[in-house]
Design a protein around this ligand. Structure first.
Ligand code: ADP
Ligand code: ASP
Ligand code: MG
Length: 404
């Protein structure tokens, strides 16, 4: 018998009516002859509301308690959805992350799934029952509830699909597929019929919020057949897979962007052994993700390194750098906020030199200052002022021929 995992995001379960609609859709899937697991997010903007509540209590709430709080959002949806199945005459059981056997590392707010014990779910599915699983949460080895990072329900769904060896994992959302860029901000963004795991992974990592990056990672590593489609229509959506047939022969397949970027510049003593290693070791020990790194050493100036991090990590980065000042050997530290990152992605870049140059030229014509640059085989990213983000994305989208 086939197994299908269906995931519904916050907007798609925002009201009781929508939850009943989800149940009906899953029933239709089961009636085609499949075992069905449904993974759901918290209703509507619940997670944001919970974050707001915590901020009214404390500026820096303990991360463990934040996990405890945020995990309640998904728990509301799973119980209501299981009730909806019952009301429609079908058997269903709801499961929190730990009840579903989802074991994670002990990193609050951003845990990775380490393994999934599927025995319980397998039994329930074999009894012809729907399994309704809370997205975004798991449990660590000592029993703490953990969450997987914003948007993490996608990862729950794909990881479950991999563990259950499901035939398909369908991500139902408020957009009918993966577009060449976020259609809410880029006019002319076009829906893609297919996209490769690698391109999708880059886009997701670079800010395309339609899929959680770790979900794509799981899908690629386990060759999960993954699609993104609308919860409000029956249109086929976008298929994410290893190899794709490209509709238009374009070098750039998508444009992604992300706000909330900060730049930190550390100037350190000359000569001072190991400054560079020490800075990034200390930041890593405190789980601060560093993105673009630019090191500059010339005879004329003291050595310095600039790097970008998420604005939300800035306070902690500042504290860590200050705390280990002696060990790191730094002289001064500068912080710049109000930045964003705009990226172009496409597998065709590997064999086409000059794409970065073309990108800089487009930005120059738009008079957009580029603060930092980073490249890989299939992407080029630039850090630009936040108020130029949308303009940059639109200009690049147009100039690289991605418009409809
Ligand atoms: P859900 O709550 O269902 O998980 P999300 O808000 O996380 O939904 O993701 C869907 C949103 O992702 C869309 O509404 C869209 O604005 C945004 N998005 C960003 N980049 C893209 C893209 N390249 N293609 C489609 N949607 C995108
Ligand atoms: N509810 C969580 C969030 O809003 C997880 C998710 O929706 O994927 O980030
Ligand atoms: Mg999402």
């Amino acid at each position: 018998m086939k197994t299908v995992v269906m995931k519904f995001g916050g907007t798609s379960v925002a009201t009781p009516e929508k939850i009943i609609g989800v149940a009906k859709r899953a029933i239709a899937e089961k009636e085609k002859g499949s075992r069905v697991v449904i993974v759901v997010s918290a209703m509507g903007k619940t997670t944001d509301t919970l974050l707001g509540l915590a901020s009214e209590i404390s500026a820096e709430p303990p991360k463990r308690e934040m996990d405890m709080l945020l995990a309640t959002g998904e728990q509301v949806t799973i119980s209501l959805l299981a009730m909806a199945f019952k009301a429609l005459g079908h058997e269903a059981l709801s499961f929190t992350g730990w009840q579903a056997g989802i074991e994670t590392e002990s990193v609050p707010r951003n845990a990775r799934i380490e393994q999934i014990h599927t025995d319980r779910l397998e039994k329930v599915l074999d009894n012809g029952c729907f399994c309704v699983v809370a997205g975004f949460q798991g449990v660590d080895r000592i029993g703490n509830i953990t969450t997987l990072g914003r948007g993490g329900s996608d990862t729950t769904a794909v990881a479950l699909a991999a563990a259950l060896k499901a035939d398909r994992c369908d991500i139902y959302t408020d957009v009918d597929g993966v577009y060449t860029s976020d259609p809410r901000f880029v006019g002319g963004a076009r829906k893609l019929e297919q996209i490769s795991y690698d391109e999708m992974l880059e886009l997701a990592n670079l800010g395309a919020g339609v899929l959680h990056p770790r979900a794509v990672e799981f899908a690629k590593n386990n060759q999960v057949s993954l699609s993104v489609r609308a919860s409000y229509s029956d249109e086929p959506g976008t298929i994410i897979q290893e190899v794709v047939t490209v509709e238009k022969n374009l070098i750039v397949r998508g444009v992604a962007f992300e706000k909330g970027i900060a730049r930190v510049t550390v100037t350190y003593k000359k000569p001072f052994n190991g400054s560079l290693a020490n800075i990034f070791t200390k930041l890593a020990e405190h789980h601060i993700d560093v993105d673009i790194i630019v090191q500059s050493i010339t005879d004329a100036f003291p050595p310095s390194v600039s790097f970008s991090i998420k604005e939300e990590s800035l306070e902690e980065a500042r504290r860590v750098l200050e705390q280990y000042k002696e060990e790191i050997g730094f002289v001064s530290c500068e912080f710049e906020v109000g930045l964003s990152k705009v990226s172009i992605v496409g597998s065709g870049m590997v064999s086409n030199p000059g794409v970065a140059a073309q990108m800089f030229d487009i930005l120059r014509m738009e008079e957009i200052p580029v603060k930092m640059v980073s490249t890989s085989e299939i992407k080029v990213s630039v850090v630009v002022p936040l108020d130029e983000m949308q303009k940059s994305a639109n200009a690049l989208h147009r100039a690289f021929g991605l418009d409809e």
